[in-house]
Write a protein that binds this ligand. Structure first.
Ligand code: ASP
Length: 456
């Protein structure tokens, strides 16, 4: 039995819907299908989720922006019309949106989650209707019926463990199950979404709950590449990588698979296969618990922007008992999560995602550090990017770090920070955002010389 998830571009239009139907028909093992909301149909198009966010933002005490409402309707209308589905589906789409708006109009956060979730919810209903129209036995299953209970934090849901035995019961339902991605229900009865891109998370949860043999994640690329194709022309395709490697790469910018989506499948060692809806015959990339090392100690290079660093200095910091704990306690109190804490003898830095320092948060955090920790020097460094060099084979190979520093030097990128965890599955370099592209290209050239030579 398999779970299959289709991302936004895979369900963006009637043409894409048809591809989904033939992929499902090609393998009877494909039992549960998780759908995203209709995504971009072409460069410059807008995802339905973003149209729904625009609609949510326009909702006032008594009204909302009618053109934003119509823009959402149009996405479903186009699909329903072209597939010649029953027009009553459109009445359902419209009614559902009105219902969510009136239910949550007095709470901005809940309204936003309710409308964002509508995107996948409605799409799952339309997909189930389409498959049924083709003569397939297909049932729409809401996350509530599936038993997906999540925490109550808007936009940041976490699945609760008691959901899994409920999900397992879905095995008994005959035919294909069509389940909307991206959200669950809290005990408080609210619709709560996962972070953006969270349909991958739903797919993984359902895969673990049903205890399937494989989780297939269909998107719009043939495979995961060892480096972003936006930075390097035709980079090496990855046939297989481990959960740990994927987690490191996804954390640091590989958006093809959500970095929170691995957790549910890791325990059960369910392989994830990333495949292309537009070319289902391509083998794709398998993400597995362990793999044979293939002679490439480094398998991927990822990069992500939007970091900053709070740097502080205090003489004899190394002797001050509890300094680190009190620093991290300040961040915890202020609801700021940190990513890394590189340190020297008398200095320490905290690297975090910059978007957290909004609305006076930065001044508050800095004041508290200054006053409570009595530091001598304190400043924030902005516009940092993190580059992650990843590979299970790195811990058995000498000279990986020296190659990286050589590549960064050749690119003229100043290294602001170096970090390597004890597992040695990755090495991280902090550089200025302005240097990131040339740094990644230079790293690619040094770790994958054969590929570069071939394409030259
Ligand atoms: N539709 C949601 C988003 O755009 C979730 C997803 O596509 O996975 O973030």
């Amino acid at each position: 039995m398999k779970v299959v998830k289709f991302g936004g571009s895979s369900v963006a239009s009637a043409t894409q819907y048809k591809k989904v139907a033939s992929i499902l028909a090609a393998d009877p093992e494909r039992k549960a299908v998780i759908v995203s909301t209709p995504g971009k149909r072409h460069e410059g198009d807008t995802k339905t989720t973003d149209l729904l966010i625009r609609l949510a933002e326009s909702v006032g005490e008594r009204d909302f922006d009618e053109s934003a409402f119509q823009a959402v309707l149009k996405r479903y209308q186009d699909i329903i019309d072209e597939l010649e589905l029953d027009s009553s589906l459109m009445t359902e789409v419209e009614g559902h949106l009105h219902e969510v708006i009136s239910m949550y109009r007095h709470s901005k956060d809940r309204l936003l989650d309710g409308l964002k979730a509508s995107g996948e919810d409605l799409n799952a209903k339309v997909m189930a209707a389409y498959l049924t129209s083709l003569g397939r036995k297909a049932t729409y299953i809401s996350p509530k019926r599936a038993g997906m209970i999540v925490t109550d934090e808007p936009g940041n849901a976490q699945i609760l463990p008691e959901s899994y035995p409920e999900i397992a019961k879905l095995r008994d339902i005959e035919g294909v199950l069509v389940i909307p991605g991206f959200f669950g229900y809290s005990y408080e009865g609210n619709i709560v979404t996962f972070p953006r891109g969270g349909s991958d998370i739903t797919g993984s949860i359902i895969a673990a709950g049903l205890d399937v043999t494989e989780y297939e994640n269909f998107t719009d690329v043939d495979s995961i590449y060892c480096v972003s194709p936006k930075m390097v022309d035709q980079p090496r395709e990855l046939k297989e990588l481990t959960y740990r490697e994927m987690r490191e790469l996804a954390y640091s910018g590989f958006s093809v698979f959500h970095d929170e989506a691995l957790q549910p499948v890791v325990h059960k060692k369910i392989p994830v296969c990333v495949k292309n809806t537009n070319r289902p015959e391509a083998k794709g990339t398998r993400i597995v618990a362990s793999r044979e090392l293939d002679g490439h100690p480094v398998i991927g290079i990822a990069s992500d922007e939007g970091f900053c660093s709070i740097n502080m200095t205090k003489y004899l910091m190394n002797r001050e008992l509890g300094f680190g704990r009190r620093l991290l306690e300040i961040l915890e109190d202020e609801g700021v999560s940190y990513e890394h804490t590189p340190s020297g003898i008398d200095n320490m830095s905290v690297i975090l995602r910059s978007h957290q320092l909004y609305n006076g948060q930065e001044a508050r955090v800095l004041n508290r550090i200054r006053e409570e920790l009595q530091v001598e020097e304190l400043y924030v460094e902005r516009d940092l990017a993190m580059i992650m060099v990843v590979g299970e084979g790195m811990n058995q190979t000498i000279g990986i770090a020296s190659k990286a520093t050589q590549a960064l030097a050749q690119a003229g990128a100043n290294i602001k920070m170096i970090n390597q965890g004890s597992s040695e599955v990755s090495m991280m370099f902090g550089v200025n955002v302005a240097d990131v592209e040339k740094a990644v290209r230079s790293l690619y050239h040094i770790y994958f010389p054969a590929e570069v030579g071939q394409k030259a």
